[in-house]
Design a protein around this ligand. Structure first.
Ligand SMILES: Cc1ncc(COP(=O)(O)O)c(C=O)c1O
Length: 371
């Protein structure tokens, strides 16, 4: 079991701050608050063993554009097991990112090296230097990165895949790519299938706002895909999850509207928090990030660096009032981040007046404490 801290843990926050579970505004995840409307589910979804139906396979192929895939109980499932199926080479990872990647490689005793997750030039330089050395290694890229929002173009990633030394794999976690599907490495089917050292992970729960369904996908070289699939067993995705996915993945009109709506909610969220960001980013002497326009953004979340003491105080202030934010301590990551934390905020539905009014109120109260 992973001991890492994740967003969305309202149960623990509730016990800690005495706010009932149903009363929280959860800004600690990157999950679409306007989730896909659940279809009515036939009893057979629950009664029969969940062999993958043609309807499910067709929906997955239609949405992701690739016929060969492994469906699993959330991409977390394959993040945990993938290192066990790849040759034991060193792995180059983002120094800040969904930390389950690092954790699962470390559990396999892999030698882990890091590139910067919020400095594009530095990360490109470290990765390309490593490629130039020509020694086998695996490269993990979270695109766009959660929590920093750093992203690379599909062309750049394809180029890196082509340059990977023999025996090394490029693993791209596209959990947050659904807002810009044209940037996914799966969008160029021919190029993707031509390369046999490329893995792409996709997550269903974030864009469709249904994280509890637990559904994810792995795309990659078909022989290894089969081996991993055999390891996961025949019923890696439950019946209700498959039925929901058939509806959601085929519903291109909902998807199109959702993309617009997420962007609008993200913009509204930035607007709402702007007065607070102006205050917290303009404190301290040696700020890493001072400019709101440079904040990390992946549609479903915004993030920026602030002093750790301020971040912890903000977290506490908001949590006492039933608003859960995410604070990621930079201390363990890199020397230049010591004393700083990344504040990451998910989005809310801007049309939910009760939620936005409450947020507005908590933000105003918090700003008063800074003056
Ligand atoms: C970047 C990234 N990848 C993968 C996951 C795992 O998501 P899931 O298991 O729901 O597909 C997460 C969850 O937050 C994530 O942030």
């Amino acid at each position: 079991m992973s001991q890492l801290i994740h967003g969305g843990d309202i149960v623990t926050a509730s016990a800690q701050y005495g706010v009932p579970v149903d009363d929280w505004i959860d800004l600690s995840t990157g999950i679409n608050p306007c989730s896909y409307p659940l279809p009515s589910l036939g009893e057979h979804c629950f009664q029969q063993l969940p062999y993958q139906t043609d309807a499910f396979k067709d929906a997955v192929t239609a949405y992701y554009g690739v016929t060969d895939f492994l469906a699993c109980n959330g991409s977390q499932h394959v993040i945990e097991c993938l290192p066990g199926f790849l040759p034991s080479h060193p792995v180059l990872l983002p120094d800040l990112g969904y930390q389950e990647h690092r954790d699962s490689w470390q559990k396999k005793s892999a030698e882990c090296c890091f590139y910067s997750a919020d400095d594009y030039d530095q990360s490109v330089s470290v990765i390309e230097q490593r490629l130039a050395e020509g020694k086998p290694f695996h490269l993990v890229v979270i695109n766009p990165n959660n929590p920093t929002g750093l992203s690379f173009s599909a062309e750049k990633l394809m180029y890196w895949a082509e340059q990977m030394p023999e025996g090394g794999y490029l693993i791209i976690d596209e959990a947050f790519i659904d807002l810009k599907p044209e940037q996914s490495l799966l969008s160029d089917y021919d190029a993707f299938t031509r390369l046999n050292n490329l893995w792409v992970l996709r997550s269903f729960g974030k864009f469709f706002g249904l994280a509890g369904v637990r559904l994810g996908f792995l795309f990659g070289p078909s022989d290894l895909l089969k081996t991993i699939s055999g390891h996961l067993g025949p019923w890696a995705v439950n019946g209700p999850a498959q039925a929901i996915a058939v509806s959601a993945l085929n519903d291109s009109s909902w998807q199109q509207t959702a993309r617009m709506r997420i962007q609008q909610n993200s913009d509204a969220m930035l607007e709402l928090f702007k007065p607070l960001f102006h205050k917290v980013f303009s404190r301290g002497e040696d700020l890493i990030e001072t400019d709101i326009s440079k904040m990390g953004n992946a549609g479903l979340f915004n993030s920026g660096w602030i002093e750790s003491s301020l971040a912890n105080q903000l977290y506490d202030f908001f949590a006492q009032r039933g608003v859960l934010v995410r604070v990621i301590d930079g201390n363990d990551l890199a020397p230049q981040r010591a004393g700083y934390s990344l504040l990451r905020l998910g989005i809310v539905d801007k049309n939910d007046a009760a939620v936005t009014e409450k947020l507005q109120q908590v933000i105003s109260e918090y700003i008063l404490t800074l003056d």
